[in-house]
Design a binder for this molecule. Structure first.
Ligand SMILES: Cc1ncc(COP(=O)(O)O)c(C=O)c1O
Length: 346
């Protein structure tokens, strides 16, 4: 019998666990466009409280959530300071320009965070002929930088700078949960200092669908309007909110296991002279390069062996660890990658 693939492309590939499916079946439902779905309402209140914000809005995806946050913090013609490797800049299909009429001012963020002094320099002076710097956006954990955890002190400095200059602050916390489990810092400590926050439930927490944006009551009212404008007004969404609640209650602490798998994977890979890992994993993502061997060829060769890697980052391969891959499969995958390189080097 052929083995199922070891799918390391993303932590979004997981299927709902039996407990999560039970939670879906038991969910009380109503029409969320009328704000009558009790499970959605409970979920939004719970997440708002968890993140230390007044209100929250449940939406289908992290992209919609990020984009709603930018929408409510900006006016057309404004500018957002964001990392060159951020999800918002690279993987949201130009949505800031398309949906909000804003431009992005990108800065290097090799480790996952922009240099503080470069942010200071990038903030525009006030002049009628310049764009207004409306938002500074950061990503926690940082996907393309290998799941790096942005240090709290840095975040506090950025927040303090934003406050001093009257600039909005957005946190793309798609994997905030991983940062919390890695550091022991609470979601509230990270998130409450920002004006808007986006968190995802369809990644390490294992829900099939769903993200939440959190902010002030006023901004969430506005975001609700734009969610509808963008076609995201949904009905008995409690069936999905139940998954988010279940993920938070029962599948959060286990993220630690994903971090251990990433560490094991990176340790095995670093035994090969043909692999370079720019940043040792702190959470559930490992990004790596090949030395003297074509990156995409390696991905193709190991795919034949049943190991699926992500090639979405130019010049890097990515492996993401999640609940549907075991420690044993992790070890097998890493060993096969190392062995494949060795075989083709000879
Ligand atoms: C950092 C980050 N932000 C936002 C998103 C968008 O989430 P979604 O795929 O739910 O739109 C992702 C998705 O991987 C992500 O990694």
């Amino acid at each position: 019998m052929t083995q199922p693939p070891i799918d390391l492309r993303s932590d979004t590939v997981t299927k709902p666990t039996p407990g999560m499916i039970q939670a879906m079946l038991a969910a009380q439902l109503g029409d969320d466009v009328y704000a009558e779905d009790p499970t959605v309402n409970q979920f939004e209140e719970h997440v708002a409280d968890l993140l230390g914000h007044e209100a929250a809005l449940f939406v289908p995806t992290g992209v919609m959530s990020n984009q709603l946050c930018l929408k409510v913090l900006t006016n057309p013609g404004d500018e957002v300071i964001v990392g060159q490797r951020s999800h918002i800049f690279n993987y949201e299909t130009g949505a800031p320009a398309l949906l909000s009429g804003i431009q992005l001012h990108t800065l290097p963020d090799e480790q996952g965070w922009m240099e503080f002094t470069q942010i200071e320099e990038a903030i525009r002076e006030e002049a009628y002929y310049l764009p207004r710097t409306a938002v500074i956006a950061v990503e926690q954990t940082h996907n393309r930088a290998g799941g790096s955890v942005i240090p709290m002190e840095y975040l506090q400095n950025v927040v303090e700078l934003g406050r001093r200059k009257g600039i909005g602050l957005h946190l793309d916390g798609a994997r905030l949960w991983n940062a919390c489990v890695a550091t022991g810092i609470s979601p509230r400590e990270y998130a409450s200092q920002f004006d808007t926050v986006s968190v995802c439930f369809s990644k390490g927490l294992g829900a099939p669908v769903g993200s939440v944006m959190a902010s002030s009551k006023e901004r969430v009212v506005l975001a609700r309007k734009f969610r509808k404008v963008w076609g995201g007004g949904w009905r008995q969404a409690g069936i999905l909110a139940a998954c988010g609640l279940f993920g938070l209650q029962h599948q959060m602490q286990r993220l630690e296991e994903d971090h251990q798998k990433a560490t094991r994977f990176a340790e095995i890979l670093s035994g090969s002279p043909m692999i370079q890992i720019p940043r040792f994993p702190e959470t559930n993502i490992v990004v790596f390069k090949t030395v003297g061997f074509d990156l995409l060829r390696l991905a193709e060769l190991v795919k034949v062996e049943g190991i699926w890697l992500s090639t979405a980052f130019k010049g890097l391969l990515r492996a993401v660890f999640h609940m549907d891959v075991t420690l044993e499969q992790t070890t097998t995958a890493a060993q096969k990658i190392v062995a494949t390189l060795k075989k083709f080097q000879a």
